[in-house]
Design a protein. Structure first.
Lengths: 213, 213, 213, 213
DNA sequence: TGATAAACGAGACGGTACGTCGTGTCTTTGT
DNA sequence: ACAAAGACACGACGTACCGTCTCGTTTATCA
């Protein structure tokens, strides 16, 4: 039997040296990418355009990222981090006042604000759209952005189960979708308007059910 | 007398004569578009590719549609219509056995089957993604495809309200999102697996609520 | 055995019926072709453009002519005929006052005027250029337009030979080129300015030679 | 001092960097252009065809040339230069044996050979035709190709004037046209056959005149 | 601290697709 | 019945970006 030599398979460009990377260029690329997506939309945002606006060679982008979507995803993650830093670090849990409905309504109202913030809208839509059709990017988008946030709901719902505010046989990972997914769909697909009243209603419906008691 | 203001008057090419349109070409374009999206994915599907595969000049596509997304939307609508005809016309209502939970579960199970059908998946994802980022197309997609189906849920829920299976103060347009949107989001964003058990659970949670009774 | 019916071989469109031809359309096409060539230049003159301007279907052009160049050639010939009619019929001979040099100078001065007339310039250049590169058209252009005019010089030179003003061993068909071709080349290739003085000089040089007597 | 008014400033793409230009591509484009014009004729020669045959992107042509005619003109000039190099540099003067008639006949016979050489014919006709109709190109063609050659005749004729073989009051720039232009016109417009006998006759007629001595 | 190797800006390159225009054929419509 | 109108398959146009590939020029680590 012939043993296959441990071929590196791909031509595998000799991985660039991260330590020499220009921080200046990276930041400029993030800013250019976000600005262009906001101004011209995702499809009209091109790698050449980002490079030109960032005052950077195209190769500098291709050296560190695999695609336009990758650049934008990192830029958007970075934007989130910087926003979190500005707000004194990211929350690692949802509020827990003991009043589950009130806590959920508060958090969803904040999400409504965020979804309507034009600074977030353009890149968030672009990445979501790309993720729908581009599975690896979609999974990364979910894993890095969506799932951590959903996990906070799981934690809060588990806490509610411990204090008897939520039925214990309920699966929190599914339960959270009852109020989160409707909002997500209305935003993504524009199937309806988004408002505090709407999210409040969702929480009420989800917690107390649709059937008569 | 009111003078009509001088209409915007874009270059606006003089609108082709629909009566002379080649039915043969239209069908060929639909088939080519759907096949290419399924085989190569939406981004690699090009107008040139569709034209070549359909044995049609590019101009014949540009004459009747404004973009790749428009072509695909019509092709997909047509696919739905032909599928409906094959199945003896489209349903104009949901089943109504009197058992609301059972009826909803049955319908959602059928939707699960549809979402997992590879023939539908590629164009549906492509159009959904495009709609996220391209507002006019998104609105058309929702109006022509999503909303009519959601309206069937509204009707069924209204019926349940009349028979006392659903609280009368519930807004059916919002209520339906409790079980439809989670499934939609899992499919669109791959935030979780899709199965009959999952949709059954959604119906149960939505109808009876998360909080203890 | 199956006898092959006497196939007409070529698709050979069934030669259109000349008697039913619309005179109105033909004139409109001539005018449109000349106008467009004058206004936009030959390369920007298109069959579609001629048809549109003449208020005629494209097929009406393709039915009667084989190419843009054919249309223009006929239009230009027609223009010449109408100009000749307007001037009381075309000359069938050059002036013959007995003074060969004077007669030639007069005729060449008239040619200079014609070459500098902008109404003639655009189509004449277009057809000449096309003829350089398109042999059949070139030959037709020469046969129908150039050669008849050159023949007039041949006749006049023969007359001069009879009266002893021209050496009898001279070939008139070549001789005429000594003063006609330089003018033609200056006009066609812009190798020099065109003027009465220039053509007068040509006649003098040609008649009396360059070498000392 | 006069201030230069703010130049018209077309969009004017920022002029490519000549030092980075690919010599390989340039040569391939020249060869492809000449080959295609020879094989298919000028009108059927397309920029796409040249690019494909040269194994070059279309943009590489559009980057360095403004039109098909420009490409062909440079290719043809280059062909001439390479032919001259192969022949041990271009002649910078006509032969001068003292016998003017013999010298002119020899040079014109060489020109006849050249005009009948199929390698030169196709591009030379194409460029001449284009120049008839496209004034800037025509002027460039004349300035770079025709005029330098005509100047050699001027020089030779001046020399003949000094040695008394040519009347001193003759303008050499016009005189040369008596034998050069007829040949040019016969070739360009196919108004007659081209042969050594013909050009010999032209020289005789031009030098000694048509009128009796 | 100076050498050297990488990442960098710039942008030319071979390509692919764009959306438009014109060709020459064919079909429909109005008269 | 013919001609206008114009849809059609086709192919080239000139442009925009793609992703790769040199070019010098910084720049930052180690010798």
């Amino acid at each position: 039997m012939v043993t296959q030599p441990a071929k590196p398979a791909q031509p595998a460009r000799p991985a660039p040296d991260t330590s020499r990377r220009s921080e200046r260029s990276r930041r400029a690329i993030y800013e250019a990418a976000l600005a262009l997506v906001a101004e011209a939309g995702y499809p009209k945002t091109t790698i050449e355009g980002i490079a030109a606006r960032a005052g950077v060679g195209k190769q500098t982008i291709y050296r560190w990222w695999g695609s336009k979507a990758d650049v934008l995803l990192e830029a958007f993650l970075d934007l989130g981090e910087r926003a979190a830093e500005a707000a004194g670090h990211a929350p690692d849990s949802l509020p827990d006042t003991g009043d589950l409905a009130a806590d959920l309504k508060a958090v969803l109202r904040a999400t409504v604000d965020e979804l309507l913030d034009p600074r977030f809208e353009a890149p968030a839509r672009a990445l979501s759209a790309e993720g729908v059709v581009n599975e690896p990017l979609g999974r990364e988008f979910v894993a890095k952005l969506l799932e951590p946030r959903l996990q906070l709901y799981v934690d809060r719902l588990r806490s509610a189960q411990r204090t008897g505010r939520l039925r214990t046989e309920i699966d929190p990972r599914i339960a959270l979708e009852l109020f989160v997914s409707p909002l997500a769909q209305r935003w993504l697909q524009r199937t309806g308007p988004i408002s505090y009243a709407y999210t409040d209603t969702l929480v009420d419906y989800a917690l107390y059910g649709l059937a008569p008691r």
